[in-house]
Design a protein around this ligand. Structure first.
Ligand code: XMP
Length: 516
C-alpha cells in the first residue's frame, strides 16, 4: 500500500481518499509508528500528512531520518514537508509569518512533481513556519510570498514535498501533483479498481468463512447491502440475510430490498414483519433518546430471534453458523483507532449495528473502503442503483423524524411527504449536491391554514437539506426556490394533514442533521 502517516490533523483521511481516487490503494498509520513498523507494511510509497502548525512546537511529532534511507519514495505535505526538510538538514524558520487559504504559488522548475502545471497557480496553504533552505540534493520547484521553498524534490532518492495541501480541492492542481508523485515519482500503476477490490475480498471472505454459515442484518442502507452482496458473491447460499421491518422505513424501501436487491444479487433473505411490535413498544413515547433506546432494544431482540431460528435450521443439517457480516467502513476503523471518545451527542446505536457480545466472528468486507468506494463496488456487483446511491438514512428511521409520539397514521403522513420531496429532488437532479434531506413531521405542532373555502388546522413538515463531507459538520443546502416551491405545493396538496412546509436553515453545529 501507499502509507499515509497521520500527524494528527484532519487531512490524513482526505489524502488517503485522493490517493485511492488515483486508483492506488492507501492506508493510514499514526505518526507514533516507528520506521520499522512502517516498513513492515511493505509500503510502495509513504506520504507524510499535514499536522500541527510548527515543527518547533513542544511535543511536535518528529520524523526519524532513517525513513528517508529505506529506499521508499516519500512525499511530505505541509507539516510533513517541513518535518522532512528539517530531518534532512534543510532550514525551517519560525518566521512568525503565516499563510492561510488560497495562496499564489510561483513555479520555478516543474520537475517531476509539477510537470505540466501552470507557472502561477493557486494552492491551499495552512502553516506558520516556512522552509527557507532545501536540504542538500533537493531542487526547489516553487516559492510563494510566505514560503521561500514551497515545493522541492530529490529524484535520485525519490523524495518529494510541497508546502501546500494538494489533497484539498481548492488547490487548483492538487490531484495532478499527487498523481505525479504516485505514478512518476514512485512508479505506481493505477490498478486499484472496484473489480480488483471485489476479487481480493471474495478470496479473503472464502478463506475466512470456509464451509460455515453466515448471517447478515440488512438495514436497507448502502453499507449492509454491499457487504451482503460481496459475501453472497463469495459463499452464495451459506449467507442468510435478515431484514427487520420495523415499520419506520420510507416508502418503497422494504420492497426494494425484498424484490430488487434479491433479484439482482440472488441473496437468501428473511424479512421479519415486526411493525406492530415496534409500534406497541413506542406507544406514548415522545422523548427522542427513549425512542432511540426502544428501537435499538427491540431491533436486537428481533434479530436474536431470527438468528436462533437460522442456527436451529442449520443445526438440523449438521452445519454451524459462526459468522456475522458487518458493514464497517474505513473511517470507523481509523476513528476508533484514534482512541479519543467523541462526546455522545445522540445514542447512535445504529440499528443494523449489533451489540458487541454476540457470539459470532465478524466478517467486515468493507473495512478498508471509503463510502464512495463502497458505492463503486456495489455498482460493479450489480446492486440496484436506488440502493447504491441512497443517501444516509438513520437506523431508527422515520421514528426520529416525527417530533412527538410515533403512530401508524403519523408515519403514513411523513412517508407520503418524504416520498414527494425525494421524488422532486431527484427529478431536479439535485441528489449529488445534497448529502441528505431529512423530512420531518412536527406532529405535536398545528397551525391554521386555509384551503379551498375552508379553514385548516394541520401539521408542518420541515425540509432539512444539508451539504456535508462526513456528517460531522454540515451546512444547509441552498436549494433553488422553484424546487422548494414545487415540493411545498405538492406536499400541501397531496397530503391532507399537512398545511405548511418550512425550510430548516441551520448549519451543524449548532443544529444536528436529524431533529432528534
Ligand atoms: P446528526 O443528526 O447526529 O446525524 O447530525 C449525523 C448523521 O448520522 C445519521 N444518524 C444515524 N445513523 N443510526 C444511524 O445509523 C442512528 O441512530 C443515527 N442518528 C443519526 C444522520 O442521518 C446523519 O447522516
Amino acid at each position: 500500500p501507499v502509507i499515509v502517516v497521520d500527524f494528527g490533523a484532519q487531512y490524513a483521511q482526505l489524502i488517503a481518499r485522493r490517493v485511492r481516487e488515483a486508483k492506488v490503494y492507501s492506508e493510514i498509520v499514526p505518526h507514533t509508528f516507528t520506521v520499522e513498523q512502517m516498513l513492515a507494511k511493505d509500503p510502495a510509497a509513504i506520504i507524510l500528512s499535514g499536522g500541527p502548525s510548527s515543527v518547533y512546537a513542544a511535543g511536535a511529532p518528529f520524523v526519524d531520518p532513517k525513513l528517508f534511507e529505506a529506499g521508499v519514495p516519500v512525499m511530505g505535505i505541509c507539516y510533513g514537508f517541513q518535518a522532512m526538510a528539517q530531518a534532512l538538514g534543510g532550514d525551517v524558520a519560525q518566521t512568525g509569518l503565516s499563510e492561510y487559504g488560497g495562496t499564489e504559488v510561483e513555479v520555478c522548475a516543474s520537475g517531476v512533481l509539477l510537470a505540466g502545471t501552470p507557472e502561477h497557480q493557486t494552492a491551499w496553504m495552512s502553516h506558520g513556519d516556512a522552509v527557507h533552505k532545501a536540504p542538500v540534493g533537493f531542487e526547489v520547484l516553487a516559492t510563494s510570498s510566505g514560503s521561500p521553498v514551497a515545493a522541492f524534490e530529490d529524484t535520485r532518492r525519490r523524495l518529494y514535498g510541497v508546502q501546500w495541501h494538494p489533497e484539498v480541492k481548492h488547490s487548483a492542481h492538487g490531484q495532478t501533483v499527487l498523481e505525479h508523485f504516485l505514478y512518476e515519482g514512485a512508479g505506481l500503476k493505477p490498478d486499484w479498481t472496484p473489480g480488483n477490490v471485489i476479487a481480493d475480498q471474495v478470496a479473503a471472505i472464502k478463506a475466512q468463512i470456509g464451509t460455515s454459515r453466515v448471517i447478515c442484518a440488512l438495514s436497507g442502507g448502502v453499507d449492509s447491502a454491499v457487504a451482503a452482496a460481496l459475501v453472497q458473491r463469495a459463499v452464495g447460499d451459506q449467507l442468510t440475510c435478515v431484514h427487520v421491518d420495523h415499520g419506520l422505513m420510507r416508502a418503497g424501501e422494504v420492497e426494494q430490498i425484498e424484490n430488487d436487491f434479491v433479484a439482482s444479487t440472488g441473496v437468501r433473505l428473511i424479512v421479519r414483519d415486526e411493525k406492530e411490535r415496534f409500534l406497541t413498544a413506542l406507544a406514548g413515547v415522545s422523548d427522542p433518546e427513549t425512542k432511540r433506546k426502544i428501537i435499538g432494544r427491540e431491533f436486537i431482540r428481533v434479530f436474536e430471534d431470527a438468528q436462533r431460528d437460522i442456527v436451529a435450521e442449520a443445526g438440523e443439517h449438521g452445519e454451524d453458523v459462526k459468522f456475522l457480516v458487518q458493514g464497517t467502513l474505513y473511517p470507523d476503523v481509523v476513528e476508533s483507532g484514534g482512541g479519543e471518545g467523541a462526546a455522545n451527542i445522540k445514542s447512535h446505536h445504529n440499528v443494523g449495528g449489533l451489540p458487541d457480545d454476540l457470539d459470532f466472528d465478524l466478517v467486515e468486507p468493507l473495512r478498508t473502503l471509503f463510502k464512495d468506494e463502497v458505492r463503486a463496488v456495489g455498482r460493479e456487483l450489480g446492486v440496484p442503483e436506488e440502493i447504491v446511491s441512497r443517501q444516509p438514512f438513520p437506523g431508527p428511521g422515520l421514528g426520529i423524524r416525527i417530533v412527538g409520539e410515533i403512530t401508524a397514521e403519523r408515519l403514513e403522513i411523513l412517508r407520503r411527504a418524504d416520498a414527494i420531496a425525494r421524488e422532486e429532488l431527484t427529478k431536479a437532479g439535485l441528489d449529488n449536491e445534497i448529502w441528505q434531506c431529512p423530512v420531518v413531521l412536527l406532529a405535536d405542532v398545528r397551525s391554521v391554514g386555509v384551503q379551498g373555502d375552508g379553514r385548516t388546522y394541520g401539521h408542518p413538515i420541515v425540509l432539512r437539506p444539508v451539504s456535508s463531507e462526513d456528517a460531522m459538520t454540515a451546512d444547509w443546502t441552498r436549494l433553488p426556490y422553484d424546487v422548494l416551491s414545487t415540493i411545498s405545493t405538492r406536499i400541501t396538496n397531496e397530503v391532507r394533514e399537512v398545511n405548511r412546509v418550512v425550510l430548516d436553515v441551520t448549519s451543524k453545529p449548532p443544529g444536528t442533521i436529524e431533529w432528534e
